[in-house]
Design a protein around this ligand. Structure first.
Ligand SMILES: N[C@@H](CCC(=O)N[C@@H](CS)C(=O)NCC(=O)O)C(=O)O
Length: 229
């Protein structure tokens, strides 16, 4: 029996949810508490007990306890090889892992300066203006990343030959960029088509819908955050 500790607005947990659903694996989901003021504090006691980093995602499977989305998805791919999420050859697997790392570390860092937009706004006007100035610089960086990804796709359906963990991780970063008011995909045709295609797959659509619902419930509306900055 697989149990996943996830968070309503946890990019890394949602990566694992997509992988589980694409593979058709049943799982019990435990949603940990989250709000835009204190984040994940106070932490879910089981997550604190199971993960020395105190973070979601955590996955348990018949007594095995794992944390970190990359480690979890690699385990799932080896234990449940139906619909492989990593390519077959060592070189292609390595390329795919690098694309996942590009999403999780490089794109994720680039979109961090947009994250204040869904939090309750600070009453400190100078701080708000500084946050938005940083966000605009980050938007320009994100556009440059979009251009790289658009060129990498070059009209192909997926980043590897088939759907892979690279698509899952990159999709989640692009989704977060969009929900945080990042640059439009309009000027990046290949990337926009890839995003639209993935958005129609049930596993991706469910995560996108649940994140939109969580934003309505938990997040400060991004447009208002921008207008009042
Ligand atoms: N590298 C980890 C990152 C996990 C992570 O940053 N989780 C966030 C939620 S998306 C978290 O639990 N943050 C709470 C904390 O760091 O205290 C992964 O891929 O799973």
């Amino acid at each position: 029996m697989i149990t996943l500790y996830s968070g309503p607005l946890s990019l890394f947990s949602r990566k694992v949810e997509i992988a589980l659903r694409e593979k058709g694996l049943g799982f019990e989901r435990v949603m940990v508490p989250f709000n835009q003021t204190t984040g994940y504090d106070p932490k879910h006691p089981e997550v604190t007990a199971l993960n020395p980093k105190g973070q979601v995602p955590v996955l348990t499977d018949c007594g095995l306890v794992l944390y970190d989305s990359t480690v979890i998805i690699e385990y799932l791919d080896e234990a449940y090889p139906e619909l492989p999420l990593l390519p077959a050859s060592p070189a292609d697997r390595a390329r795919c892992r690098l694309d996942e790392l590009y999403a999780d570390e490089i794109l994720f860092s680039a979109l961090r300066p947009l994250m204040h937009r869904t939090s309750p706004p600070t009453s400190d006007q100078t701080r708000r203006m500084a946050q938005e100035a940083d966000a605009l610089i980050a938007e320009a960086a994100l556009s440059r990343h979009y251009a790289v990804l658009d060129e990498r796709l070059a009209g192909r359906e997926f980043f590897a030959q088939n759907l892979s963990v690279a698509d899952i991780a990159l999709f989640m970063s692009v989704l977060f960029s969009q929900r945080l008011g990042g640059p439009s995909l309009a000027g990046f045709y290949g990337l926009a088509m890839w995003y639209e295609r993935l958005s129609k797959r049930p596993a991706f659509a469910q995560v996108a819908a649940e994140i939109a619902e969580a934003d309505r419930r938990l997040s400060f509306p991004v447009k208002r955050a921008l207008k009042s900055a």
